[in-house]
Design a protein around this ligand. Structure first.
Ligand code: ACO
Length: 428
C-alpha cells in the first residue's frame, strides 16, 4: 500500500494522497488537483471515480461479491427478510428481536397515503406507465409531508425515510390498480411488508386475500436483492439531487426517474420483452448474432454489468427462486426455457466470454414477476419500491457527512470559442 502517488502535471511535481477503505481498491485524492495544476480529470460515466465514501454496501465486481454492511447478499437472501435488511441498511446493524418489532411496527404505521393523494391518480391516463405515476406521486409527497422535509433535523430525516419505505408499496400498488380500473386496496398492517404489498396489488374488496407464502418469500427475496447497490446511477442521482439540500421526497423522485431507463431499472422489463420476442429456443442464435453485430444497436437485455465482470451474485439467487416460484404456481412458461437456453448459449460464446458479459439480476427477475402475475410495466416500479431503502440510507449518510458539498462535476469543453453576436439580418 502506498501513502501517495506522484504526478507531474503542468510542469509541477505533485504528491497526491492515497486513501484506503476497509476493503477494496485505494483511491487517489485529487481534490486539490485543479487548485494546484489548473487541470481537471476526465472520466465520463465515472468508471474510475469514487464520488463519496460510504459504509453501506461493498461490491467486488471481479469476484462477484456484494456485501451490505459486511453481510453477503446470498446469506441475507437466504436467511433474512426485507424488514431486517431495511433496518440493516438504514441503521448499520441487524436488529435485535425488540428492534425489529419496533422497526416493523413503525413502518406499518406509515403505510397509508394522505387521502388527497388518491385524487392525484385520477389525473393520470389509465394507460400511464406506472413509473410515470411513481415519479409524480413520490415527488408530490413533499407537498403533503412538510413536517418531515427539514433535512437539518435528524429526526425529521428518519421520519421521512420511514415514510418513504412504508408508502412506496402503497404507491406502487395503487399505480397498478389504477391501470386496471380496480379500486385501491387499503394497507393491512397485520400482514408482513411484502404480504401487504401483494394484498394491495392482487386483492379485491369483494374477497379475502390469502397470501401465498412461497410467493411472499420470493417477492421478499426480490426486494432484498434490489435493496441497495452502492453508487449506481439512480443512487448517485439521489445523492446529487440531495447535495443541493433538496427535500428527501424530491430526491427519491429523481432516483425513480433515473431508474426508469432501460440500461438500469428498466432492464428486467426489457429482458422479459426480449425473451418473449425471441419466443422459441431455435431463434436464439439469430438474436445472439444481432447482439454481437457492431452495426446493430441490439443488446442482450439482462446481460452485462458495469461493475460485475465475473458473475452477478444476485442472479444466482434469482435463478433458484425462479424454479421455486414456477413450481409452486404450476406455471410452465416457455419464456423460462428460452432464458435457460439463451444463458447457456451466450456463456459458451467467445464474444460474451471475452467481454465478461454474464446474466445480471434482471435476467431472471422478469420471469418470476410475470409468473406471479405482474405486467411487465410494473417491474421497474417494484425495483423502485425495493431500492427506496438503499436510496434513503445513502441520502442519510450523505447529509450526515460533515464533508458533504454540493455535487458539481466539471467538463472538457469542445464547443466554439468566444465569438461576436451576429444580428439576424446579417446571418447567412
Ligand atoms: N449485449 C451485447 N453486447 C454487450 C452487452 C449486451 N447486453 N453489454 C455490453 N456489451 C458489449 C458492448 O457492446 C461493448 O462492446 P465493445 O467493447 O466492442 O464496444 C462492451 O460489451 C462493453 O460494454 P459497455 O456498454 O461499455 O459496458 P458498460 O459497463 O458501460 O455497460 C451495461 C453496462 C449498461 C449494463 C450494459 O452491459 C448493457 O447495456 N446491458 C444490457 C442492459 C442491462 O441488462 N442493464 C441492467 C444492468 S443491472 C441493473 O441495473 C440492476
Amino acid at each position: 500500500m502506498t501513502d501517495s502517488v506522484k504526478l507531474n502535471a503542468a510542469g509541477k511535481d505533485l504528491d497526491l494522497k492515497v486513501l484506503s477503505g476497509s476493503v477494496g481498491p485505494d483511491v487517489i485524492d485529487i481534490r486539490k488537483l485543479y487548485a494546484q495544476t489548473g487541470m481537471f480529470t476526465y472520466d465520463p460515466g465515472f468508471t474510475s471515480t469514487a464520488s463519496c465514501d460510504s459504509a453501506i454496501t461493498y461490491i467486488d465486481g471481479d469476484e462477484g461479491v456484494l456485501l451490505h454492511r459486511g453481510y453477503p447478499i446470498g446469506q441475507l437472501a437466504e436467511k433474512s427478510n426485507f424488514m431486517e435488511v431495511c433496518h440493516l441498511l438504514l441503521n448499520g446493524e441487524l436488529p435485535t428481536k425488540d428492534e425489529l418489532d419496533k422497526f416493523s411496527y413503525t413502518i406499518s404505521r406509515h403505510t397509508m397515503l394522505h387521502e388527497q393523494l388518491a385524487t392525484f391518480y385520477r389525473g393520470f391516463r389509465r394507460d400511464a406507465h406506472p413509473m410515470a405515476i411513481m415519479c409524480g406521486v413520490v415527488g408530490a409527497l413533499s407537498a403533503f409531508y412538510q413536517d418531515s422535509a427539514d433535512i437539518t433535523d435528524p429526526q425529521q430525516r428518519m421520519i421521512a425515510s420511514h415514510r418513504l419505505i412504508a408508502k412506496m408499496p402503497t404507491i406502487a400498488a395503487m399505480a397498478y390498480k389504477y391501470s386496471i380500473g380496480q379500486p385501491f386496496m387499503s394497507p393491512k398492517n397485520n400482514l408482513s411488508y411484502t404480504g401487504n404489498f401483494l394484498q394491495m396489488t392482487f386483492g379485491v374488496p369483494a374477497e379475502e386475500y390469502v397470501v401465498n407464502p412461497v410467493v411472499e418469500k420470493a417477492m421478499d427475496r426480490i426486494f432484498i436483492l434490489h435493496a441497495d447497490h452502492e453508487q449506481n446511477a439512480s443512487t448517485s442521482t439521489v445523492r446529487l439531487a440531495g447535495s443541493s439540500g433538496a427535500n428527501p421526497f424530491a430526491c427519491i423522485a429523481a432516483g425513480i426517474a433515473c431508474l426508469w431507463g432501460p440500461a438500469h431499472g428498466g432492464a428486467n422489463e426489457a429482458a422479459l420483452n426480449m425473451l418473449r420476442e425471441i419466443g422459441t429456443v431455435d431463434r436464439i442464435p439469430e438474436y445472439i448474432a444481432r447482439a454481437k453485430d457492431k452495426n446493430d444497436p441490439f443488446r442482450l437485455m439482462g446481460f452485462g454489468h458495469r461493475v460485475y465482470k465475473n458473475y452477478d451474485p444476485r442472479a444466482t439467487v434469482m435463478q433458484q427462486t425462479v424454479r421455486e416460484v414456477l413450481g409452486e404456481l404450476g406455471v410452465t412458461d416457455p419464456v423460462f426455457d428460452v432464458a435457460i437456453a439463451l444463458e447457456e448459449m451466450a456463456l459458451s460464446d467467445p464474444y460474451f466470454i471475452e467481454k465478461k458479459l454474464f446474466p445480471n439480476v434482471d435476467f431472471y427477475s422478469g420471469v418470476i414477476l410475470s409468473a406471479i402475475g405482474f405486467p411487465t410495466t410494473m417491474f421497474t416500479a417494484l425495483f423502485a419500491l425495493a431500492r427506496t431503502v438503499g436510496w434513503v440510507a445513502q441520502w442519510n449518510e450523505m447529509i450526515s457527512d460533515p464533508e458533504q458539498k454540493i455535487g458539481r462535476p466539471r467538463q472538457l469543453y469542445t464547443g466554439p470559442t468566444q465569438r461576436d453576436f451576429v444580428p439576424l439580418a446579417d446571418r447567412t
